[in-house]
Ligand binder design. Structure first.
Ligand code: XMP
Length: 329
């Protein structure tokens, strides 16, 4: 059976050999726990759920049922990558749920940040629970809980985000499978690499649960959300090209809901600004700003204003935390 707690003496998993040993051990434990029963997993495409999926696919193959909910607030290319990696390459049993309209309709006109977060969280649980109710013979629920989640919930810092939320008729039906619960994030990444997951999945920057929704400041509209998604894709592409992708802790774009005057092709425009944020931290409590090369800033301003519909101005946020937070909502 899987260890419930991380032993104080446990060696840090920081080499391929240690990761392979961990994988072999987990495969045995998962098989022993699950037998021939089915396991359900909400697969977001983030590091933790992706590593759990890859481990379970290795251990029990098609007995794992992955549900990927596209809530319309994912980064450009993410749903496609989840399908490619897990369905096409690993032949996983993957249910793709296109819930874009459902989420965006619920969010229409809602500008309060907490209410937006609440709606996104609730709707996610509803969609996942609906899928779970359709399935028969599933007795286990896999989760990408990691060791810091356990420590934080024990310390009362935050509710353990993976454990709660599901309605009782679903939650009571399942026994949990948490194969990476004794690992720290850097160990999850080493294990993910050994499981053959692509680097941009394994080494991805942190991404909030409400996704691009908190970066489309104010009431979300489809056109402004597209401007966030497209500008984020350009920023990520340029950071990767300039060797910053693995170096800067987190970087993204934000599009607020106000417009300003500009000029394009000799004509007046009245469009949104795009704000770039790039920060470094070790603990997320205090955050410093990454100072970008001026030539890169010029290039980003040029690309974003010419390639992204609705943007006529690019701003750089050079505020540390505190007093600002990382995200805008
Ligand atoms: P803040 O804005 O609080 O962000 O300075 C600190 C870090 O947490 C991430 N973040 C979230 N992660 N769900 C998450 O899983 C959330 O609701 C959420 N809000 C913020 C943020 O991206 C940053 O890395």
């Amino acid at each position: 059976m899987a260890l419930l707690n991380r032993p104080d003496t446990m060696e840090r998993i920081n080499t391929p050999e240690l990761a392979q040993a961990f994988i072999a051990e987990q495969i045995q434990d998962i098989k022993a726990q699950v037998g021939d029963k089915k396991v359900l997993l909400a697969l977001s495409g983030g590091v933790d759920s992706s590593v759990v999926a890859a481990l379970l696919i290795k251990a029990i193959g098609k007995q794992l049922v992955c549900v990927h909910v596209n809530h319309g607030l994912l980064r450009k290319g993410e749903p496609e990558q989840v399908i490619k990696v897990f369905k096409d390459e690993m032949d996983a049993n993957l249910i793709y749920v296109d819930a874009v309209d459902r989420f965006l309709d619920k969010l229409a006109g809602v500008d309060d940040p907490e209410e937006k977060r609440h709606i996104i969280g609730e709707e996610f649980i509803d969609v996942f629970a609906e899928e779970a109710r359709k399935l028969e013979g599933v007795e286990f629920l896999a989760q990408g809980t990691i060791w810091p989640d356990i420590l934080e919930s024990e310390a009362g810092i935050k509710a353990h985000h993976n454990a709660g939320g599901l309605p009782a008729d679903i939650a009571d039906r399942f026994e949990l499978v948490e194969p990476v619960r004794i690992l720290f994030k850097d160990e999850v990444r080493v294990v993910g690499k050994e499981l053959g997951l692509p680097d941009d999945m394994v080494y991805r920057q942190p991404f909030p649960g409400p996704g691009l929704g908190v970066r489309c400041v104010g009431a979300i509209t489809r056109d402004r959300l597209e401007a966030v998604r497209e500008s984020d894709a350009i920023l990520r592409e340029e950071f990767a090209k300039n060797g910053l992708a693995g170096k800067v802790w987190q970087y993204f774009t934000v599009v607020p809901d106000f417009k300003s005057t500009g000029i394009k092709d000799g004509k007046r425009t009245f469009e949104w600004p795009c704000i770039i944020r790039a920060i470094n931290t070790t603990d997320v409590v205090e955050v410093t700003v990454e100072h970008l090369d001026p030539a890169l800033m010029d290039h980003l301003a040029m690309r974003i204003t010419t390639e992204v519909e609705g943007i006529n101005r690019v701003l750089y946020d050079f505020t540390p935390k505190p007093p600002a937070t990382v995200e805008y909502e």
